[in-house]
Design a protein around this ligand. Sequence first.
Ligand code: BTN
Length: 237
Amino acid sequence: MHRFSVTHHKMIGSTNDEARRLAAEGAPHGTVVHADEQSSGRGRLAHTWFSPPGNLYISIVLRTGQPPSRTAELSFVTALAVADTVDTLLPHQTRARLKWPNDVLVDGAKIAGILLEQVDEATIIGIGLNVLQAPANIAYKATTIVACGGIASVDGARDILLDHLGCHLEVWSRDGFGPVRDQWLERSYPIGATIRANSGGESVAGAFAGMDADGALLLDTPSGRRRIVAGDVTLGA
Ligand code: BTN
């Protein structure tokens, strides 16, 4: 059973920075930092994260007791919990999709981002969910729960998210990565879809061939199958 203990801030630099600080001081599993607004929200790949009031910004300290080799799997566990949350908040016919490694999309537009960091043996899971506000003038399409016809308060979204996260963590700890991987694939692009992976300064197009047992993206290219362990993906060649 995963219990979460939430500390709320009106404004903070970055909830991930605060969670890192608490983890370094020994904060227990389930410590959650929630802020209404961030002045220096951080995204993956050194991007900034648009963080005005009206969206959800939380960071969770996890001490799973699992070997460090399994830490990267938590990014997919979290993506499933966020996708379930989005489905819960949106009208019935709408379903969140996942883009490797952990973007959550609705109708091709990003609605949430996940940032995993490690402090000693603690993992910090940072989640930004666009409830009311989406960034403009960015390189990708973004949307919000409200723009997709959903109804949510930020605190309500947080509580639903923590419930889903607890459930997915339970399955992951008990049954391993297999069921997580299966559910992730079921919400991802179809096998064979043309995608482009940008990794380590290189850009490779190919056919999506699934996810490896350790979470690496599998890409079939004219020169053979590639395993992508870090980077970003766009749909289409
Ligand atoms: C991404 O680039 O897609 C990841 C974005 C992660 C943003 C969240 S908001 C809460 C937490 N605090 C941060 O500074 N970043 C994460």
